[in-house]
Write a protein that binds this ligand. Structure first.
Ligand code: GLA
Length: 718
């Protein structure tokens, strides 16, 4: 009864303010989506709408208030808060009231709205940032928390944002797995209560789950149909997504840093900036959401997002740690012969007291091993230059093997518990990047190499260990800052590298896909999705990452994993990402080698389509025995279709596949390319001309009944 009365009283109060016409509306809009906030008579901010764009301004007056935009701990909200602050006097509550908002154009198609909220009893301020990318239908949000109390306050929770949905049903798709089994796609309905996706691995944070999700609304969205919100957090460390369905079937989505063991003491006038949360909203299924994110990533987020990408030959699978100068120079000949842009020297080139002959030692000592490389890196960059290719180098600068000179000299730089046995992951430990001296040291690894060898054209930056033995000798009584300050320290280093070497491409690697977030990609041109390069597994892994990341960021290498698959099949899977080879070319017969040379040429020619075009996933590998994806250039003049038969069943009915993304009125010539030397195409329709309309409504017979068969088909508008 009491509750009912309170509810009525509340409602009355709100209605009064609405009738008084004093409710302020703040709209954050893209071409297709609106996120609308309103300030109520009580001075607090509410999310009134998130969904398809509302074109009639007059309708704003009809919107109900909705739920509080950034709920606090300690007051009348009974579900998961966005912020939990304990003030210097021990008071654990906050009431945030709207103070002001600003709106500014960052470019013709990008607008930022900043809403400032202020606690009504304490000098604590919360700024909610929203950057709307009009054309790409992406909204970026993050929050700044600051105060002018007499002493530090404690932040126990500090979400990047909160989004509310009010729909009949919710279906969450998460991307989880393990090393060599990344981004398995799993969907589930959300019912009352919480679903949390989080990590506490620290550095190799995404080994078990990735910082992105798809949320279907009302019905499970499909590739080309249904409403879906796709979100991703830019944080190269412990993240957390909370999805909580409340008593009225409302859903709150709370993305942010994982507050696990991370209470943050914030000093007066310090600003706590949360990571950015990016989301897009599609009314036409997952495919459109992916294309939105791909465009946004290339135009606004990824390092050199609209620039070129280099094909390469890597030596890791071919040699492991077992190489010398002559072997490497010989591999460079293979790279040049293959026609790729670069030779990438992987792990094993450094350390002398404890040479890096295995993963047990040497990490931290970044000088060339004298008996492996007597003439140093400069000999290698010179050799590469002579052969007309670039030279790239592997480093793992955040880590140390206990068997290294660095560890012997600088135990104080290593994250470790002073009074316990050390626990190693891949025989190594993590350096303490919360310490500015360690930041200088890590920056100095790249800077030192670039200064000595300015012809290094690329780095592969690895990170093989999660944080173990969690204790920072530097942070002393602020241990609960370590997970956060580590990541901020890493960004400081990466910012310095970006500032000094803005054109230096770098690959982010973390024992495979252990790091896969959009903040890191501000500093990296691409990332290594998985150590698993079995082409069948890669079809699934690349399908998973492609939900959120464009092809040009997904490194995909042709290797010796799964020799049951032909070199052609393996290459064609890798051509759907940023193509590289990590294979002993001497193992290939002449036909296979000729095929690879031809494939590199075709890939170079198709780069604008695959790397910068629109991706349309046609048939999911999860749906059965075949899979297909196509890419269309922005002018809809060229397209390329990849089709794979994985394990067709006896007597299976094979139907034509309908294409997507073409101009219905254009005429396209269909041509199978990437054929093995000496073999012809048996694709029906090969060489013929079809309208986009026909190809999209009738389709092509892409699939066959042959196991591990693959096809690449080029479409050119006439
Ligand atoms: C990690 C990477 C591999 C390779 C090795 C080298 O596992 O994912 O690609 O670079 O390290 O040690």
């Amino acid at each position: 009864m009491k509750t009912k009365f309170m509810f009525l009283a509340c409602f009355f109060c709100v209605s009064l303010s609405l009738m008084a016409g004093d409710k302020q509306t703040i709209r954050i809009g893209t071409e297709a989506v609106d996120l609308i906030y309103q300030v109520a008579g009580n001075g607090r901010l509410y999310q009134s709408y998130l969904g398809r764009k509302l074109h009639h301004e007059a309708d704003m007056a009809h919107l109900s208030l909705g739920k509080e935009a950034y709920p606090t701990h300690g007051m009348e909200d009974y579900f998961e808060p966005a912020i939990h602050v304990v003030h210097h006097d021990g008071n654990p509550s906050a009431v945030l009231k709207y103070q002001s908002h600003t709106r500014q154009s960052l470019s013709p198609d990008v607008e930022e709205v900043v809403i400032t909220l202020q606690d009504d009893q304490y000098p604590v301020s919360v700024k909610l940032h929203y950057v709307a990318y009009r054309k790409e239908n992406v909204i970026k949000t993050y929050t700044e928390i600051s105060h002018q109390e007499k002493k530090a306050v404690e932040l126990h929770k500090y979400a990047s944002a909160m989004l509310h949905m009010n729909r009949s049903k919710y279906f969450l798709t998460e991307f989880s797995g393990d090393w060599a089994n990344e981004v398995g796609i799993k969907s589930q309905p959300l019912e009352f209560g919480k679903k949390i996706i989080d990590t506490k691995l620290g550095t190799r944070a995404n080994m078990f789950c990735s910082p992105f999700f798809q949320l279907s609304l009302d019905n499970q969205a499909e590739e080309e149909a249904g409403e879906v919100l796709v979100g991703s957090l830019g944080w190269t460390g412990n993240f957390r997504f909370v999805f909580e369905v409340d008593n009225q079937n409302g859903l709150r989505i709370i993305p942010g840093i994982n507050p696990y063991a991370s209470t943050y003491r914030l000093n007066p006038n310090e600003v706590f900036v949360t990571p950015e949360f990016y989301f897009t909203y599609s009314f036409d299924g997952m495919g459109q959401a992916s294309r939105n994110l791909h465009d946004w990533a290339r135009n606004h987020q990824v390092k050199d997002g609209n620039g070129g990408r280099m094909t390469l030959l890597n030596n890791w699978e071919a040699t492991g740690f077992n190489f010398n100068e002559d072997k490497l120079v010989k591999l460079m000949d293979d790279a040049a012969g293959l026609g790729v842009d670069m030779f990438l020297l992987d792990d094993g080139w450094f350390a002398n007291k404890y040479p890096r002959s295995s993963d047990h030692q040497g990490l931290g000592d970044w000088d060339e091993t004298a008996d492996k490389l007597p003439n140093g890196i400069s000999h290698l960059t010179r050799a590469a230059k002579e052969k007309g290719i670039k030279f790239g180098l592997w480093i793992e600068p955040e880590m140390v093997n206990p068997k290294s000179e660095l560890y012997e000299k600088h135990k104080d730089w290593v994250i470790h518990l002073p009074n316990r046995d050390e626990y190693y992951f891949r025989n190594q430990m993590v350096l303490d990047l919360s310490n500015p001296k360690v930041q200088d040291y890590v920056f100095g690894i790249v800077d030192g190499l670039m200064t000595r060898y300015p012809d290094i054209a690329f780095f592969k930056w690895d990170c093989n260990s999660p944080i173990t033995n969690i204790y920072s000798p530097y942070l002393k009584d602020k241990q609960s800052h370590l997970y956060i300050d580590y990541v901020r320290g890493l960004y400081r280093v990466l910012e310095r590298i970006n500032a000094k070497y803005p054109a230096l491409p770098m690959m982010l690697c973390s024992g495979g896909g252990g790091r896969s977030d959009y903040e890191a990609l501000k500093y990296f041109t691409e990332f290594w999705p998985s150590d698993n390069t079995d082409p069948i597994e890669r079809l699934f892994i690349q399908w998973g990452f492609s939900q959120v990341f464009p092809a040009k960021t997904l490194c995909a290498h042709v290797t010796g994993w799964n020799r049951k698959a032909s070199v052609k099949f393996r290459t064609e899977v890798a051509m759907m990402g940023k193509l590289g080879f990590d294979i002993n070319m001497a193992e290939l017969n002449e036909k296979e080698a000729a095929y690879c040379r031809d494939a590199v040429k075709n890939y170079n020619c198709l780069k604008p389509v695959i790397l910068d075009g629109d991706m349309h996933r046609l048939v999911s590998p999860y749906s059965g025995n075949h899979t297909s994806t196509m890419y269309v250039d922005k002018q809809q003049n060229r397209a390329v279709v990849f089709a794979f038969d994985i394990y067709p069943r006896y007597s299976e009915n094979i139907r034509p596949v309908r294409l997507h993304g073409l101009d219905a009125d254009k005429m396209y010539r269909v041509k199978e390319i990437n054929l093995m030397p000496g073999s012809g195409s048996n694709l029906s329709g090969n060489g013929q001309v079809f309208s986009g309309e026909y190809l999209q409504n009738v389709g092509l017979n892409l699939f066959t009944g042959r196991q591990l068969n693959s096809r690449v088909i080029e479409l050119t508008a006439e």
